[in-house]
Design a protein around this ligand. Structure first.
Ligand code: AMP
Ligand code: FE
Ligand code: FE
Ligand code: ZN
Length: 282
C-alpha cells in the first residue's frame, strides 16, 4: 500500500487541477492520496469525479493556516464534514483574509521595485485560495527571482521578510476542536519545518494532543533524520500516530507525489477516528 496524505491542487497553491492530481497519483503508483488544499474544500468535487474507475482511494482533507504566539503552523484535517458550519465559517474567514493580505503583499513588492500586479497574481491563482506561492510565481514571471523557492527569502516573502504580511490564522487549539467537532481528524503538518520560520515548542504540541490532535506528520521533505527521530519519540509519548507525505504542489515545488508515504497501520488509525466523511474509492 502506498499512501500519501498531503497534496495540493490549484484549488490552493498547487499547479495540478484536482483531476490532474488524481491522474498523477495513479501514475505515481499510489493506492491512497489525500487532497489537502490550504483552507478550502473547493477541489473535492472535481477530484471525486476524476477518481471514478481508477481504483485510487481519495481522502478528502484540508490544510489549515494556524498561528500560536506569533508562530505560523499548519494543521492537516481529514475526513471532516465539509458542511459543518463552524469549521466552514473559519475556513471562509481565512480565505477571505488571504485576498486582503495578497493585495498588501503585492503593494509591498511594488514599493520594493518588483514590477508585479494584483491582476497578474489573480490570473496565476485563478479560483485558488490565494497565497504567497502565487505571488512567488508572479515574481518569477517578472524576472525578479529565478524560481518560486527563491522568493521565500528575507528579501521577499519569507516569514518576517520585507514583503511578508500576516493573514488571519486560527489558534491551533481552536482549530483542533473545530476539526473534531466536524468529526474529522487533525494532524500537525511538518511540525519541525524550521527553514520556513520558527516552529512551535513541544509544550504546545502536548497541549494540542490534550485538545484532540490525532497525529504528527513526521516523514516530510522539510524534516531531517534527527527531527524525524525526535518527533517519533514525542508522538509515542503523547499517544499520537505518525504520518509521512509528500506535500506535493505540482511544479511549484520539486517534491514528487509519493516521495514520502504513510504506514498502513497509521492510516487505519486515522480512518478509525474519522466519522465526518468517508474516503472515496475509485
Ligand atoms: P501562505 O499560505 O500564503 O502563507 O504561503 C505558505 C505556503 O508557501 C506554504 O504552504 C508553501 O506552499 C509555500 N512555502 C513556504 N515556505 C516555502 C519555501 N521556503 N519555499 C517554497 N515554498 C514555500
Ligand atoms: Fe502550500
Ligand atoms: Fe504546510
Ligand atoms: Zn501543504
Amino acid at each position: 500500500m502506498r499512501i500519501d496524505l498531503h497534496a495540493h491542487s490549484n484549488a490552493s497553491d498547487g499547479t495540478d487541477s484536482p483531476a490532474e492530481l488524481v491522474a498523477n497519483a495513479v501514475a505515481a503508483g499510489l493506492d491512497v492520496v489525500a487532497l489537502t488544499d490550504h483552507d478550502t474544500v473547493a477541489g473535492y468535487g472535481e477530484a471525486a469525479a476524476a477518481v471514478a474507475g481508477t481504483g485510487l482511494v481519495l481522502v478528502p482533507g484540508a490544510e489549515l493556516s494556524c498561528q500560536v504566539d506569533g508562530i505560523s503552523m499548519h494543521l492537516l484535517a481529514y475526513l471532516f464534514d465539509p458542511a459543518e458550519p463552524a469549521f466552514a465559517a473559519e475556513r471562509e474567514l481565512v480565505r477571505t483574509d488571504r485576498f486582503r493580505r495578497g493585495r498588501a503583499i503585492v503593494e509591498r513588492c511594488r514599493e520594493l521595485g518588483a514590477p508585479i500586479s494584483w491582476e497578474q497574481v489573480q490570473r496565476i491563482a485563478g479560483d485558488g485560495s490565494v497565497g504567497r506561492p502565487h505571488i512567488a510565481s508572479a515574481l518569477v514571471e517578472a524576472g525578479v527571482v529565478a524560481g518560486v523557492s527563491d522568493a521565500f527569502t528575507p528579501e521577499w516573502l519569507a516569514n518576517g521578510g520585507r514583503a511578508d504580511v500576516r493573514k488571519h490564522e486560527t489558534d491551533p487549539v481552536v482549530a483542533v476542536r473545530l476539526v473534531r467537532a466536524a468529526n474529522g481528524v487533525p494532524v500537525f503538518a511538518h511540525p519541525a519545518a524550521d527553514k520556513r520560520g520558527r516552529t512551535v515548542p513541544d509544550a504546545v504540541i502536548a497541549e494540542l494532543a490534550a485538545a484532540g490532535l490525532g497525529g504528527l506528520e513526521v516523514d516530510h521533505v522539510d524534516h531531517d533524520d534527527r527531527a524525524r527521530a525526535r518527533l517519533r519519540g514525542l508522538a509515542a509519548e503523547l499517544g499520537l500516530f505518525t504520518t509521512g507525505s509528500s506535500d506535493y504542489h505540482g511544479s511549484r515545488k520539486t517534491v514528487r507525489l509519493g516521495e514520502h508515504t504513510t504506514d498502513p497501520a497509521a492510516y487505519e488509525e486515522l480512518l478509525a477516528q474519522a466519522t465526518g466523511a468517508a474516503p472515496i474509492t475509485g
